[in-house]
Design a protein. Sequence first.
Length: 222
Amino acid sequence: MSIEDIIKDSDAFQQAITPGVALTIALDLLFALVMGILIYFVYKKYFSGVVYSRNYAITLIGMSVLTCMVTLAISTNIVISLGMVGALSIVRFRTAIKEPLDLMYLFWAITCGITAGASMYILAVAAFIIMFIVIVIFGRRNATGKTYVMIVHYNGADGEGKIIREISDLKYNIRSKVERSEDTELTVQLQIRKGNLNFTEKIKALDEVRDVAVLNFDGEYH
């Protein structure tokens, strides 16, 4: 008897889906769906990047369910598990994730799918509560205001002092100063509450200032 015949005659290959197994599969997939939806709403509520991607948020739900399906297939059938490992080993994901927190949410959805597929509901719920607390406590960047980068081009030796006086009420940090033959470029990082950018009009009205640009700061400085 060949190895192929032994595998085909084994219980793993001929495993039938009983009503109990079907109920377990349905509960695991439903639980994975619920956890994915909860992660979706947490990501939508506490997103702190520059551009919110709804497609990525929906992907978190799909990753939870699909990972649960893969875990169920691997845990219930040896033959399918071998084929699944071989199929997944040739898959290459080339989509770049720029936000580190987005990678955390993606891994969170995958681990929820794995624990759901293993019917470890208490572990998944406990991890969700801990992650939610961490995100709420350490993700409150808006409590101190949003961060902006202001770039000003001005002429004259007194220009910098006048610009600083206009932003003296704000929390600021001078990031760079580039002096050219025709003008000077000043880059300032600002912490602004409620997006109040009225100070830019006062800076633009200064005789020494040529132009003012204010950009939202996404956490990466180049």
